[in-house]
Design a protein around this ligand. Structure first.
Ligand SMILES: *Cc1c(COP(=O)(O)O)cnc(C)c1O
Length: 296
């Protein structure tokens, strides 16, 4: 069964004098254009999970996330769009912010849980929900079906790229891209820019999904001290990038990704004639939590 949802995610070339000097070309796949709220890779990860739920007549989605989670907002908007009821367990004490407020407008029921209980998501689910009528969707949409949804990105590509880059949190998206490369017999090198510290734990997940961790290049130096942490040079870079391309990025994921790719280009990391693709994974609403950093 297919959900009635058409996606638009063009590949656009980014022009910058530095690319000419280094004789490379940079393209961006605009998954941020898929939907304003079911954004980017969160749609990719949800797609087959929602189709599964429909096929099993499951009426409720039960999911988990932090207070600024792009995944929660995507689940909220998707559940409203496709006729599910949705409940989210939010990590930490009760707070209000624009992302959670938008989740509520879409009808997502929010339940705040302390960090200790939050750790055991399976327990929360099994004690409060019936798996016949409710689907457990992990934090960030992480799952094997999520992986398959991300692999579909590769099928859509209009040309061959030597390198494909994406920002990583759980690593599901980058593992899915590698799977897509293998399914389609492509030869692109897949790269991950983890946005949190200590991304080594991602490697375990890759093996659990039968993705050889050796095949994915991890660039561990662009997390800016950790998840949702920033530095003035990152903010400066984002302002320059957005004002010179018209493509909005934010500091938590896509800002770090683009910063890393530009830094590698400047350092001469890529052979001349290389074609590089970055995946814009969306998540622009995350900017709402960082606007004060841009006020100067
Ligand atoms: C969630 C998210 C990611 C991380 O995706 P993973 O599959 O967890 O690695 C990257 N970019 C954006 C914008 C996100 O919201």
């Amino acid at each position: 069964m297919h959900l009635p949802f058409q996606i638009f995610s063009p590949e656009e070339e980014i022009i910058d004098p530095i690319f000419e000097e280094k004789e490379i070309r940079l393209f961006i796949k605009r998954d941020d254009k898929i939907h304003p709220f079911i954004s980017g890779n969160k749609w990719r990860k949800l797609k087959y999970q929602l189709e599964y739920a429909k096929s099993k007549d499951i009426s409720h989605l039960v999911t988990f996330g932090g207070a600024w989670s792009n995944h929660l907002l995507a689940c909220a908007a998707a559940s409203a769009t496709f006729g599910f009821k949705a409940i989210a367990y939010v990590r930490g004490e009760e707070v209000r912010n624009p992302v959670l407020d938008m989740c509520r407008i879409f009808g997502l029921q929010l339940i705040f849980v302390d960090r200790e209980s939050y750790r055991n998501k399976e327990k929360i689910f099994s004690e409060n929900h019936d798996s016949k009528t409710s689907l457990f969707i992990d934090e960030g949409g992480k799952s094997e079906l999520g992986l398959l949804g991300c692999a579909d990105i590769i099928k859509e590509l209009n040309q061959h790229y030597d390198h494909i880059f994406v920002a990583s949190g759980t690593g599901t998206t980058v593992a899915g891209l590698q799977l897509g490369i293998e399914q389609n017999n492509f030869h692109s090198q897949v790269h991950s820019i983890p946005v949190l510290k200590g991304a080594d734990s991602l490697l375990q997940d890759f093996s659990q999904w039968n993705i050889d961790p050796q095949k994915i290049y991890m660039h561990l130096d662009y997390h800016f001290s950790g998840y949702a942490k920033t530095k003035p040079e990152l903010i400066e870079f984002i302002k320059n990038f957005v004002s010179s391309t018209g493509i909005m990025i934010e500091p938590t994921y896509t800002g770090k990704l683009m910063y890393g790719v530009y830094d590698l280009i400047q350092k001469g990391y890529f052979k001349s004639k290389s074609k590089i693709l970055v995946i814009h994974t969306g998540g622009i609403t995350g900017l709402l939590g960082h606007l004060d950093l841009f006020s100067k």
